[in-house]
Design a protein around this ligand. Structure first.
Ligand SMILES: Cc1cc2nc3c(=O)[nH]c(=O)nc-3n(C[C@H](O)[C@H](O)[C@H](O)COP(=O)(O)OP(=O)(O)OC[C@H]3O[C@@H](n4cnc5c(N)ncnc54)[C@H](O)[C@@H]3O)c2cc1C
Length: 423
């Protein structure tokens, strides 16, 4: 990516931010706008975290987040409009195939009906105070029932048996947008001109004194407060040692999340049967159905074949080509071998194996929906947690991470700027 203009990190800033993904960038911008000094410490040699745009055959494609979900409440959409970024609305209609031929209207209507039934049942059941697995409340939905559950499982990051029902009404996926040039490139633009130290993995946070001492692989910084935006799955590996140890409730909340898995296989398929741009395709009627397929991205011959958690978990992690073979086999099953002659798989993401993410996002298991609130409360008025995992209405998304970065920064700004302006 071309955006590489960061300013020198501040030695001992007011606030240290761990991680330069969406949450960290949002927090830094907010704090700096309030006149506070910040330094972002980023483990990788790039910013953006789980948003990343890379070029394939000259075309930018997102290897992490791609959709701007929940347009009306997504802060990245609001900011994009203010900045006149090239946003475009995602189509609402998709392709529907049965054993490789265009599905009939009544078959498509059956799928739509099954989705509506599932949504109604989950929204209604989630009103109960007792939480339970989202899968438990699904009504009989006819032949399309398993497909509905598979798609909800894909976008949740885990099979619905493992997902809190209380998270469903907040899954505001209507009104989606895309951004030309990629969401990763957009987030990187937003991180331009921030004081960032790259390749500085944080190893320890000492909060025994009045402020914080943050130890990285390349030195130690002191600050008044720290915002930790590291993914939950990374924190669960004890990648950062806290001294003193975090309170038990906070430790348990961090360990309460499970790893959401969602991976892209990037396909180049010039002779695909798909027309139009940016449409999801439902392929049904055969033994294996891809849980997600986004076709003709940005009107190009590129497509994302999405892998859900059970499929990704079935691959041997040493076999980098397994996802490619799987995508080809499934598409051949639907369209025949001749139809996929021009298809090549160019890349398969493996965020679940990346030491700085270890998952695509964090999932709240049934019964644990309170863990987000536990993590929103600062520890010792010095340590704030932020990131996608903490967002209730936009969990698992870049917009949710941004929202949470701004929330943490807003609380710190109120605390640190208050006495100053009074004095
Ligand atoms: C394949 C895929 C598809 C997705 N699709 C979508 C989508 O379409 N729409 C959507 O909104 N969301 C999507 N998501 C989710 C979205 O990418 C994340 O929710 C969001 O980017 C998380 O932002 P964050 O700031 O919370 O965390 P991150 O972006 O992970 O940022 C945390 C940062 O902390 C750094 N870090 C980790 N450990 C340390 C350490 N010890 N010291 C210093 N730095 C550290 C990491 O390198 C990283 O840069 C997708 C995710 C994946 C993987």
């Amino acid at each position: 990516m071309e955006i590489e203009s960061w300013i020198a990190p501040v030695a001992d800033p007011d606030v240290i931010i761990v991680g330069a993904g969406s949450a960290g960038i949002a927090a830094a911008r907010h704090l700096m706008a309030h006149g506070l000094t910040v330094t972002l410490l980023e483990a990788r040699d790039r910013i953006g975290g789980r948003t990343l745009t890379r070029r394939f055959k000259g075309h930018p494609l997102d290897l992490g987040a791609h959709w701007l979900h929940a347009g009306p409440i997504n802060p990245l959409v609001k900011l994009g409009r203010e900045r006149r970024e090239p946003l475009r609305r995602a189509p609402v209609d998709g392709h529907f195939f049965v054993r490789g031929r265009a599905g009939r209207r009544v078959e498509r209507a059956a799928l739509d009906r099954a989705f509506a039934m599932a949504d109604r049942a989950m929204t209604q059941a989630a009103k109960a105070r007792e939480d339970q697995a989202a899968a438990k409340v699904l009504p009989p939905m006819g032949p399309q029932g398993h497909r509905v559950a598979a798609i909800h499982g894909l976008v949740s990051g885990r099979p619905l048996e493992e997902v809190s029902l209380h998270d469903f009404p907040s899954m505001e996926y209507a009104d989606n947008l895309f951004i030309a040039g990629g969401l990763g490139a957009y987030v990187a633009r937003l991180g331009k001109d921030l004081p960032i130290q790259l390749e500085a993995p944080v190893r320890a946070i000492d909060w025994s004194g009045s402020g914080v001492r943050v130890e990285t692989a390349v030195g130690t910084l002191r600050g008044k407060a720290v915002i930790v935006t590291t993914p939950m799955a990374v924190l669960q590996q004890d990648a950062i040692r806290f001294a003193p140890a975090l309170p038990q409730a906070v430790h348990e909340a961090i360990h309460g999340f499970t790893q959401g898995v969602y991976e892209h296989v990037v396909l180049h398929w010039p002779d695909s049967p798909f027309r139009g741009a940016d449409r999801l395709a439902s392929l049904t009627g055969t033994r294996r159905e891809p849980p997600g397929l986004l076709t003709c991205i940005d009107s190009t011959p590129f497509h994302f074949f999405e892998l859900d958690q059970p499929i990704a978990a079935s691959f041997d992690r040493r076999d980098a080509h397994a996802p490619f073979r799987f995508a080809r086999d499934v598409l051949a099953e639907h369209f025949g071998h001749r139809a996929i002659r021009s298809l090549t798989a160019l890349h398969g993401t493996a965020w679940r194996n990346d030491p700085w993410s270890r998952a695509s996002w964090a999932v709240v298991p049934p019964g644990l929906s309170a863990i987000r609130d536990t993590l929103k409360a600062p520890v010792g008025e010095r340590i704030w947690f932020a990131g996608e995992a903490l967002s209730r209405a936009q969990w698992g998304t870049a917009g949710g991470a941004w929202e949470e970065g701004e929330r943490a920064a807003g609380e710190i700004a109120a605390k640190l700027s208050g006495p100053r302006s009074a004095g």
